[in-house]
Design a protein around this ligand. Structure first.
Ligand code: 5AD
Ligand code: SF4
Length: 451
């Protein structure tokens, strides 16, 4: 086995991929490699890739061109490995078309990386590790995090939902939950080393199940870990939102009152074709229950425009629903056909690109207005902010998030990163709030915003 190689890893895509990169770092360091901050002194370059939309693929193809040039002009042997969802999704196609790639490894095979790296440095064989597992949760691997205030903690992996547009079930395999004890031990050690916030991660956190333990119980025990000042989670599915979770959020001041609840479309025929298994009516009832149980809760969402066969009138339904529901913010995407999915196999990607653009522009405009209006209601309120960083544009300030996930900026004074500060909001601009610190926050009583 090659010892002490310097490894540089780049991460694309979602937070689960960021978390996986930290697992990969741990596996490689345990096997004797060193981590490098730059591709220029690295002997091994790994790209942890995403496959969710075509533009995620395009980024990697562009990056591979650069790495090909780097390899060609380098005087030493550079090994390039492709990890993650695109590796799993494209498999041999990726190897066949890109000879600068030495090996590819899907999300369930990272324990094999030391061997894959060693083999590809010793032979000219292309390495392939693409087995999807029903049980791999990387138990016993301690992620190497780069620090900060928030730590991501994966609680489950994979997805069994099979939404018709989504590649994730194919790239990340079947659902499996991590051992509750392992999660708790990880959170306890995060608190000990000073992380203030944990965000529990899963493709569909509702499906968390470990013996009699469901997601709501898991959140409760995590929230009780001393030193953890904030707990967040992402994402629950609207079809089977665990109702007891609402009481856990309402009853625990340190479980943030923000729920990301992906709607995807506001029309029942489209929702059915998407295989989301809820209706717009049941989604709206859930939103009402959430708002009725958790004072001041923020709800955000994901929307896809231009799903196959979506008509103008059906798009208008989505527009109207967003106007009525009034999400705090929304991630809005143009439909992108993914190989192997039900939609790709059975439906034609027939909404013209100009139409998708027109629709996305409309929804972004609408959401901007709504976000602006909701944020305006914070002016005059005092909100608790967990300080995360110094904004690049303003070294005299600090910024962080409210419980409801609003980015908030205020003059630094004597406060520092990691502090929980009460900030009196003076104005709102775009998606950000601006104010002045009025003191350290004493956690206990949740502050309820107006409106
Ligand atoms: N095209 C466009 N957006 C997609 N998403 C998932 N798959 C696709 C696709 N094929 C969006 C969904 C999901 C978010 C993470 O990405 O809105 O909630
Ligand atoms: Fe994450 Fe999905 Fe992209 Fe995979 S395809 S990296 S799970 S967003």
């Amino acid at each position: 086995m090659a010892e002490g190689l310097s490894v540089y890893i780049e991460t694309y895509g979602c937070q689960m991929n960021e978390y996986d990169t930290d697992l990969v770092k741990s596996i490689l360091v345990e096997s004797g490699q060193r981590l490098s901050e730059s591709e220029h002194d690295a002997r091994v370059i790994l790209l942890n890739t995403c496959a969710i939309r075509e533009n995620a693929h395009s980024k990697i193809y562009a990056r591979l061109q650069q790495l090909k040039a780097l390899k060609a002009k380098s005087s030493h042997q550079i090994t390039v490995g492709i990890l993650g969802c695109m590796a799993q999704n494209l498999r041999n196609d990726l190897l066949d078309t890109h000879d600068e790639i030495d090996f590819i490894a899907g999300p369930d095979t990272y324990r094999e990386l030391p061997g894959l790296i060693a083999r590809s440095r010793e032979t000219s064989d292309k390495g392939l590790a693409l087995r999807l597992s029903r049980s791999e949760t990387y138990s016993g691997v301690d992620p190497i995090r780069s620090g900060g205030v928030n730590a991501w903690v994966a609680v489950m992996r994979g997805c069994d939902n099979m939404c018709s547009f989504c590649v994730v079930p194919y790239t990340r395999g079947r659902e499996r939950s991590r051992d509750r004890k392992g999660i708790l031990a990880e959170v306890e050690s995060l608190a000990e080393v000073g992380f203030k916030q944990v965000t529990l991660l899963g493709q569909n956190v509702n499906s968390y199940e470990f013996g009699p333990f469901g997601f709501a119980q898991l959140v409760r025990v995590v929230a009780d870990v001393p030193g953890i000042e904030r707990v967040r989670f992402t994402s629950p599915h609207p079809k089977d939102f665990p109702e007891p979770l609402l009481d856990v959020i309402a009853g625990h001041p340190n479980v943030c009152n923000h729920i990301h609840l992906p709607l995807q479309a506001g029309n029942n025929r489209v929702l059915e074709l998407m295989k989301r298994t809820y209706t717009i009516e049941s989604f709206r009832e859930l939103v009402e229950r959430i708002r009725g149980t958790i004072p001041g809760v923020a709800i955000s969402t994901d929307i896809i425009v231009g799903f196959p066969t979506e008509t103008d009138a059906e798009f208008e339904d989505t527009f109207r629903e967003m106007e009525e529901i009034r999400f705090d913010f929304a991630f809005i995407f143009k439909y992108s056909e993914r190989k192997g999915t039900y939609a790709a196999r059975k439906l034609s990607d027939d909404v013209p690109p100009e139409k998708k653009t027109e629709r996305i522009v409309h929804l972004i405009e609408l959401q901007k207005r709504i976000t602006g209006e909701i944020n305006q209601q914070y002016v005059g309120e005092t909100v608790e902010v967990l300080v995360e960083e110094t904004p690049k544009k303003d070294p005299g300030a600090l910024s962080g998030r409210t419980e409801t996930f609003k980015n908030t900026v205020f003059p630094k004074e004597n406060f520092t990163i990691g502090d929980l500060v009460d900030v009196s909001i003076e104005r709102s601009r775009g998606s950000a709030l601006f104010g002045r610190a009025v003191g350290y926050a004493t956690q206990g009583e949740r502050k309820v915003r107006a409106g």
